[in-house]
Design a binder for this molecule. Structure first.
Ligand code: G3I
Length: 371
């Protein structure tokens, strides 16, 4: 008996001492472990990723990100191609993917002049519909989509890209037919469909002074009407030479001044020669060899500039993490990026956080190391 007790005591002792000396394996840092207490860290996924066919990219998404947004599959022309036909196949798959992986799922986007199904603003003769008809179509579109994902999509880009850099309204069909009212109407319909969903206004070149002032006014006016506007999305399609970081920061501060949160919703940085500064998909430029200077790899000198500037942006986001609620990269790896086809089709760009071999870029490695 005695010897058995002694044996147990010896065993327990050796287990305890083993526990005491064995170093506890430190979990490998990830973007979400490093940034998760500051803001959501998200990524736009394409349909190959949300259907889990692109296994390399999916590994990265699951490991590093805690939020996803649909790059294309919730846009009008895909989800609502004809007046009486919705196609939810890809959007369902996307929402399931995010949910299954415990991620905050973001909806993009309800009302946008681009990728709009051709039927939306015209009658059967191709003439603009009346304001009443367009209102009803917007209401049906928004209500059907938002209610389908009620309680599952955390927030919606309700209106996308409605204001120009000079602060004027984009002369889209929505604006031509309904005037400025189309924006508050869209927010009203979205709120009615899911009162708990967050609602966002989203746009590019948000550092531009005219756009900044107009968006602040727009959001303040909507809030004064009692409408819910939870965040202002600064897309963040930036380049090596624009925008000026100080102008970008001014907009973060000005937008936060409305009481809404700020989100960086479509972050990427082109490493290629600047052709134009728009993210409007219609503004394309013809291919020329000179515009595609790095068809094999990014030279070290350019890579260093790119990484340093991405780190500057990330530090700016961290500095303002009290008002920034999400930072989302517009794609997983360089090979996925829309920038390879825009504004010049057929270029090789290097705009994202992971390279074509799915390796983290140096500034990401540093960020993970420092934390
Ligand atoms: O899916 C079709 C495919 O069937 C067809 O064969 C092929 C031929 O061109 O086109 C495919 O669709 C493309 C789609 O991406 C999916 O890859 C469209 O042509 C192409 O125009 C579309 O581009 C998207 C663009 O928005 C327009 O919707 C980009 O992937 C997407 O990154 C980009 O995202 C926008 C944001 O929504 C709003 N802010 C600006 C941002 C960049 O433009």
């Amino acid at each position: 008996m005695k010897s058995k007790t002694l044996l147990w005591a010896l065993l327990a002792g050796s287990v305890m001492s083993a526990c005491a000396t064995k170093p506890v394996a430190k979990e490998e840092p990830t973007l979400k472990s490093v940034l998760g207490d500051k803001f959501l860290i998200g990524v736009a996924v394409n349909v190959w990723q949300s259907s889990e066919r692109d296994t390399n990219a999916v590994k990265i998404v699951k490991k590093h990100f805690n939020s996803v947004v649909a790059e294309n599959c919730m846009k009008c022309q895909t989800i609502h191609p004809e007046e009486n036909r919705y196609d939810f196949k890809q959007a369902d798959e996307f929402v399931n993917f995010g949910e299954k992986n415990g991620m905050a799922v973001m909806g993009h986007c309800l009302i946008w002049h681009s990728q709009l199904a051709p039927w939306f603003c015209v009658d059967k003769d191709g003439k603009d519909v009346s304001p009443e008809v367009l209102k009803q179509r917007m209401k049906d579109h928004i209500t059907t989509i938002v209610s389908r994902y009620k309680g599952r999509v955390k927030g919606w880009d309700v209106v996308n890209e409605a204001i120009m850099e000079d602060g004027s309204y984009r002369k889209s069909k929505f604006y031509q037919i309904l005037g400025e009212e189309f924006i508050p109407l869209a927010f009203q319909y979205a709120h009615e469909a899911d009162p708990d969903a967050e609602l966002y206004y989203n746009d590019y070149n948000m550092h531009a002074e005219g756009k900044r002032n107009a968006v602040v006014k727009l959001v303040n006016d909507m809030k004064a009407k009692g409408l819910r506007v939870d965040a202002i999305g600064m897309q963040g399609h930036v380049g090596l030479n624009y925008p000026d970081l100080a102008e970008f920061e001014k907009s973060i501060v000005a937008f936060a001044g409305t009481g809404a949160k700020v989100m960086i919703t479509e972050w990427d940085m082109s490493a290629l020669p600047e052709v134009n500064r728009t993210a409007n998909i219609a503004d394309t430029v013809a291919f020329r060899k000179a515009l595609n200077p790095y068809p094999d790899a990014l030279p070290d000198s350019v890579s260093q500039r790119w990484n340093a500037r991405m780190a500057d942006f990330m530090n700016l986001f961290i500095k303002h993490s009290d008002v920034i609620s999400r930072v989302t990269a517009w794609g997983v790896s360089d090979g996925d990026s829309w920038k390879n086809g825009f504004p010049v089709r057929g270029r090789k760009d290097y705009p994202l956080l992971f390279d074509r071999e799915y390796q983290p870029k140096p500034f990401v490695v540093d960020l993970l190391k420092e934390n």
